[in-house]
Write a protein that binds this ligand. Structure first.
Ligand SMILES: Cc1cc2nc3c(=O)[nH]c(=O)nc-3n(C[C@H](O)[C@H](O)[C@H](O)COP(=O)(O)OP(=O)(O)OC[C@H]3O[C@@H](n4cnc5c(N)ncnc54)[C@H](O)[C@@H]3O)c2cc1C
Length: 391
């Protein structure tokens, strides 16, 4: 590959946010170089495990709801765009998005249920409040105590995260982006002429602007994020589940918050690989450079998930397989998007904290416009996601 060294934009980390931004930039005719330490999609970051929940009801404020609504429009556009490219996906199913519905379950009247409901009302998002007794009639695989209730979003569903990154990659390359895989970005420095010098394991490149989107490892690229973005090990697992209660059409994707410190998320058995479940809170902080313990290294990896299944989805059977994934945890689980304070020309997109994938399409769009025309040309509420003052 004959790589010139000067670009308009270099993207350091071509995973979810980076690949989506690279696609948008290339489509707009910008000279963009994407650099990734792995070969995306891959299982070394935060986007593997096949599926991600997409929904618009949010507890974190209007800025998140607006971003999710725009993302949903762009997911549908991407689905249409992918249909016109017959050989776009080499591996696996070509699905990008399935509106299988999402049920959020929590204590009656809890902030978890209440603030999601308010966001639905404010933004006209189709939704339904459902009592515990009704939940079990509609989805007989659930067992929900009478102290809890549900909020159902019928237009929400599942995104196939690896398929999406694969497609973004292919589209970005077709639109003229360049991509270096298995290449680590080591350092980003401003030159005396105001350009950005990016040192990598495969040489040096310069660009007018750099977007850092290194996910869980972002603080290795921007040391000022050291106490802001923490990589957290997350076990996820697939369990045997009868199709008549836990299959596609008989159970939506789910989020169950027990009102204390436990929150679980999962998906019905979508493709005979089993019902998938993970725990949103908890997990172990990972030290950069140290190996990540595989699923099952800690007894609680399976025990916690089993406990939730026994309580809320009691017909689910034995473990099929487990994996670990990384959360890129930020303070308050806030998305962090925008210019890096004190570094002119360097931008950041990250902090997805276990809920960021759904926004990927809209983040790519906003970032690409901001990097080329300026933040004021987007409708993103940048102040809600700013890195200024975050610690
Ligand atoms: C178990 C689990 C469940 C989740 N569930 C949901 C969900 O249901 N809904 C939802 O919306 N979100 C969910 N998320 C969150 C979502 O997947 C992430 O927020 C999102 O994928 C983060 O995207 P990213 O671009 O920041 O990171 P990534 O997609 O991991 O991309 C970062 C990229 O940077 C590269 N990189 C790192 N360091 C370097 C370097 N030095 N040089 C070059 N490249 C580098 C990596 O190789 C990687 O490709 C979940 C996450 C996990 C782990």
């Amino acid at each position: 590959l004959d790589i010139p060294s000067n670009y308009d934009v270099i993207i350091a980390g071509a995973g979810s946010f980076g690949m989506s931004t690279g696609y948008q930039l290339a489509k707009a005719g910008v000279r963009v170089l994407l650099i990734d330490a792995n070969d995306p999609p891959h299982s070394e970051g935060s986007h593997h495990g096949t599926t991600r929940i997409v929904r618009c009801a949010y507890t974190m404020g209007a800025s998140y709801v607006k971003l999710a609504l725009r993302a949903m429009e762009l997911w549908k556009e991407l689905e249409n765009e992918s249909a016109s490219i017959p050989d776009s996906l080499e591996h696996g199913p070509r699905s990008l998005y399935s509106p299988i519905g999402v049920i959020s379950i929590g204590p009656i009247g809890s902030l978890f249920i209440q603030s999601k409901t308010e966001s639905c009302i404010t933004f006209g998002i189709p939704h339904q409040r459902i009592t515990a007794a009704e939940l079990q009639v509609i989805w007989p695989g659930l067992s929900i105590p009478h102290t809890m209730e549900g909020l159902y979003e019928s237009e929400a569903g599942v995104l196939y995260s690896e398929n999406i990154i694969h497609l973004y990659r292919e589209l970005a390359l077709r639109h003229g982006a360049e991509l270096l895989v298995h290449t680590k970005v080591l350092e980003i420095e401003q030159t005396s002429s105001g350009r950005q010098l990016v040192r990598t394991s495969a040489g040096e490149f310069t660009a007018q602007k750099v977007l850092v989107s290194g996910g869980a490892w972002s603080s290795q690229l921007l040391p000022e994020l050291n106490n802001i973005i923490h990589p957290i090990r997350k076990p996820i697992a697939w369990f045997e589940a009868p199709q008549d209660r836990y299959g596609i059409g008989t159970l939506p994707a789910f989020i169950i918050n027990n009102g204390g410190d436990e929150e679980y998320f999962g998906f019905p058995d979508l493709d005979n690989s089993g019902l998938k479940i993970g725990r949103h809170d908890g997990g172990q902080i990972v030290i950069p450079g140290q190996p990540i313990a595989p699923f099952g290294a800690f007894d609680e990896d399976e025990e916690e998930l089993r406990r939730a299944l026994d309580l809320f989805l009691p017909g689910v059977g034995g473990l099929i397989q487990g994996q670990t994934c990384l959360y890129e945890h930020s303070p308050g689980e806030r998305l962090l998007l925008g210019q890096v304070p004190g570094r002119s020309g360097v931008w950041f997109a990250g902090g997805g904290s276990g809920h960021g994938f759904k926004f990927t399409s809209a983040i790519g769009e906003a970032m690409s416009i901001a990097l080329t025309k300026g933040q004021e040309h987007t409708s993103l509420d940048w102040h809600s996601f700013t890195l200024k003052g975050v610690n």
